[in-house]
Ligand binder design. Structure first.
Ligand code: FE2
Length: 413
């Protein structure tokens, strides 16, 4: 697989050079090439981290706007210089460059997209098309080609990565590529009219978008961090539950992946896993750590934690989707659970997942009143609760997951 990927990158690189030679000579003044390359480099290097999807991150960067304007205004060869150089030398983080294969791939594929967009525009204009029509079509070519070339690389990396890519594609298109290419179209039209003045306006626009999205990302992160601090405080009170929420979150994520849930859902489920017991924060230590024989009163207190949790999390608007997962993580398939006694598929799928992984982790860790059960013992006990406490179909899938040893692969990674 490794060599196929290298071959693909080498091929793209050669193709980009070949196209550049074919599309020459350069039609842009040196000053323009330098300025655009510098601007493109700046925008590419200081993009805003938009969403995290495991190891993949969606980064909003404005480099493609500049590449696109160059392609439309100065043709394919100039677009190659600007796109290739600004992308190849783009920074990752503050000081580091991208590793060579990745930098080479990025620069080659982006410059191919830019050159072909420029070529399509030129051909259409020469054939008498309206500029706005040909600019729009070039934008479609740019994005289409961009997605295809990226997809091919991911396909060569591996099946799993390809599936992740497909899952991420709608968000990538809607949140990053389409808005940016739209800015590119507006930028190109304005540039043809107003020259450098338009570029200033466009950069201001991109910086504004990046800045607001940065604030939003930071704000959401801060909210989740605050809730996690509460969970940590909660787990500190009982040494036996230390790390429970994180393990539950990890198992839940694994199961979500097995069920082929979207990235967004997988992430939400992970957060729900981390926060599922946050409602225990109000329960006194004596009750929380009491091994057995709870009084009715105390039991009522415990049974309220999913509702309390829901109340706490509801203060954070963007966590709205996980409220039902938290509220219903103690419901049972046969309707005997709490707080609402929901039955079967009335219980949200995510809550049914949490129910399974929550119990599994509780069984396989030490408690104040008993030692941890082994993996086999725990699974055996859970099997007996199939169709009673747990969704039978989901439980089967969970067993498969445990049998294939994916659990360990995951924990190691
Ligand atoms: Fe719970």
């Amino acid at each position: 697989m490794e060599y196929r990927r290298t071959l693909y990158i080498a091929l793209l690189f050669s193709l980009s050079i070949l196209l550049f030679l074919l599309f020459g000579p350069l039609e842009a003044p040196l000053f323009i090439l330098l300025t655009f390359t510098m601007i493109g480099w700046g925008l590419e290097s200081f993009g805003v981290f938009w969403e995290e999807h495991g190891e993949n991150a969606l980064i909003l960067s404005g480099g493609m706007v500049i590449n696109f304007i160059t392609a439309i205004a100065y043709g394919p060869a100039a677009a190659f210089i600007v796109a290739f150089l600004s992308d190849f030398f783009a920074l990752r983080g503050l000081k580091k460059f991208y590793p060579l294969p990745k930098a080479l791939f990025n620069a080659s594929q982006i410059s191919i997209c830019s050159m072909l967009a420029g070529y399509v525009h030129r051909t259409l204009v020469n054939a008498g098309s309206y500029p706005i029509l040909s600019i729009s079509l070039s934008a479609v070519v740019y994005v289409g080609l961009n997605v295809t070339l990226m997809g091919l690389l991911v396909y060569l990396i591996g099946k799993e990565e390809y599936e992740e890519f497909i899952k991420m594609l709608p968000t990538m298109l809607l949140a990053a590529l389409i808005p940016m290419i739209f800015m590119g179209v507006i930028g190109a039209v304005l540039y043809l009219q107003f020259g450098m003045l338009a570029v200033g306006g466009i950069i201001a626009g991109i910086i504004f978008i990046n800045f607001t999205s940065l604030l939003l990302v930071k704000y959401r992160k801060a909210q989740i961090e605050m809730l996690l601090a509460m969970v940590k405080a909660l787990e500190e009170r009982d040494p036996y539950t230390k790390g429970h929420s994180e393990r539950v979150a990890n198992y839940a994520k694994l199961l979500a992946r097995k069920l082929n849930m979207s990235h967004k859902k997988e992430n939400l489920l992970y957060i729900a896993g981390l926060l599922h017991d946050i409602g225990k924060i109000g329960i006194p230590d004596e009750v929380l750590n009491k091994p057995a024989n709870l009084t009715d009163e105390e039991f009522k207190m415990i049974m309220e934690h999913p509702i309390k949790g829901e109340e706490i999390i509801s203060q954070f608007t963007h966590l709205g989707p996980i409220l039902p997962y938290v509220r219903h993580h103690h419901e049972s398939w046969d309707g005997s659970g709490y707080p609402d006694g929901l039955k079967g598929e009335e219980i949200p799928l995510e809550a049914r997942i949490l129910a399974i992984v929550d119990v599994y982790d509780a069984l396989t860790t030490n408690r104040a009143y008993r030692k941890a059960y082994s993996r086999e013992e725990a699974l055996e006990m859970m099997k007996r609760m199939k169709g009673k406490k747990f969704d039978p179909r989901l439980l089967e899938i969970f067993f498969e997951l445990m049998e294939t040893g994916d659990e360990f692969k995951f924990m190691a990674g």
